[in-house]
Ligand binder design. Structure first.
Ligand code: HSE
Length: 435
């Protein structure tokens, strides 16, 4: 039997899905008992010159024409963005055609409404490719650990920033590293979504809803990107025994019942497993009640890696479709809201970098202001005094986020301090270590 696939989008991921489907068609037939065949395609820019052209006869005039095509049984949406993706996905659900998508922005904004619609029409949306590229984190949370209670997750979920930070460690500029990430097909069409942490916050919202069964709006997640980090921060971090990684974190807090969620660059101890995740790879550390710590890691972005997730969803969905059980109990979706904890109440150790005029008393002044806010200094680095300003880098003992913030607001107003202080939290060593 042949199952007709309608493709919306033919970019880096879409064309990779086509190539991979052809390459592994024999294996798919063996595993599924059917062949998956792309029978119709719609794209935003039909006349664009493409490295991998759309095969003759497949291009349709609009996404809705693809969705409504009687030969299309499953729709793959890889256009990204809100429209026309939302309209096409909605139409597909109403026609009871399952959807496979990588569109985290759309899902992070309106997963609730789309899943309700799926329930109503007894069909489903599969979205393994929306988070973590080839890393099967969605399926793990939906199925493999559905038996357990997830207490926390910490992930590198944006391949672009992980790649960019690593390149910057080797002395490359932020702009050059982003251009490389774009050329490799990791970055979003608008790379500021990667750099500012928006992509990671959207993925964290999806993972949190699956992990904790609590709806989370990505716009409510305190989010800091990597755009203000300079090569100096990466080199001071290395000197102090850390690497800088953009992490997405969420934890269930008990008293009071809260969800802590945050996206931020962190100083991650060398030797910890997250510090060893390089290039555009992704990794998610899960902490669950009975199973304890688990780690999933792999290629987090790029055409072929993301295409594997799309095709595994296609196989999964096609199996249920063939058995006539599509949409039945497929989702562990948000059930009970969990209020977000205030970041100000979090305790953290912090890396602080101040650009200061190198004069007697400056260090004492910084230490006094921090001390007045109950922020205690654990260690310090300062090099040379040839150039003004000089960097003073401090690592603090654990302190309340609010107290660090209050101290930095005051320090920023000091005449001897130039520009904004840099502030990066430290990730405490976790249960899984590398090597
Ligand atoms: N821009 C995303 C990333 C692509 O770099 O991780 C995969 O979602």
């Amino acid at each position: 039997m042949q199952i007709g696939i309608g493709m919306l989008g033919w970019g880096v991921v879409g064309s990779s899905v086509h190539r991979l489907l052809e390459e592994v068609s024999h294996d798919i037939r063996r595993r599924l008992g059917s062949t998956l065949k792309i029978v119709a395609v719609a794209v935003r820019e039909p006349n664009k010159k493409r490295q991998y052209p759309i095969p003759d006869g497949l291009l349709r005039a609009s996404p809705l024409q693809v969705v409504r095509d009687s030969k299309v049984r499953i729709v793959v949406e890889l256009m990204g963005g809100l429209e026309p993706a939302r309209k096409a996905i909605t139409e597909s659900i109403v026609l009871k055609k399952p959807v496979v998508t990588a569109n985290k922005a759309l899902l992070a904004d309106m997963s609730g409404a789309l899943f309700e619609l799926c329930d109503l029409h007894e069909t489903e949306i599969a979205f393994e490719a929306a988070v973590g590229g080839a890393v099967p984190i969605v399926r793990t949370l939906r199925l493999s650990l559905a038996s357990d209670r997830i207490e926390g997750l910490t992930g590198i979920v944006n391949g672009t920033t992980n790649y960019v930070l690593e390149q910057m460690e080797c002395g490359q500029s932020l702009d050059a590293a982003i251009r490389e990430a774009q050329a490799a097909g990791f970055a979003e069409a608008d790379p500021s979504l990667d750099l500012h942490g928006v992509d990671a916050a959207q993925k964290l919202a999806l993972l949190s809803e699956l992990a904790f069964g609590a709806p989370l709006q990505w716009r409510d997640v305190p989010t800091t990107g990597i755009q203000s980090l300079g090569p100096a921060d990466l080199s001071y971090a290395a000197e102090l025994g850390f690497r800088i990684k953009l992490l997405a974190r969420a934890n269930r807090l008990r008293i009071p019942r809260r969800l802590m969620a945050r996206v931020s660059p962190y100083l991650v101890p060398r030797g910890s497993v997250l510090a060893s995740i390089g290039g555009a790879s992704n990794a998610v550390l899960l902490e669950s009640h009975a199973a304890g710590p688990s780690l999933l890691a792999g290629r987090g972005a790029g055409g072929p890696a993301t295409a594997t997730a799309v095709i595994s969803d296609l196989i999964d969905v096609a199996r249920r479709h063939a058995a006539n059980t599509a949409g039945l109990g497929c989702y562990l979706w948000a059930s009970a809201p969990l209020p977000l904890a205030s970041l100000d109440e979090e305790e953290e150790r912090a890396y602080l970098r101040f650009a200061v005029r190198d004069r007697p008393g400056v260090l004492g002044r910084l230490a006094t202001i921090l001390g007045q806010s109950d922020v205690s200094i654990a260690s310090m680095v300062q090099h040379g005094r040839k150039n003004e300003p000089v960097d003073v880098v401090l690592i603090t003992h654990a302190a309340l986020h609010r107290d660090i913030r209050t101290a930095l607001e005051q320090i920023e107003r000091e005449e001897c301090v130039m520009g904004h202080p840099q502030w990066i939290p430290l990730l405490e060593p976790g249960p899984i270590r590398s090597g």
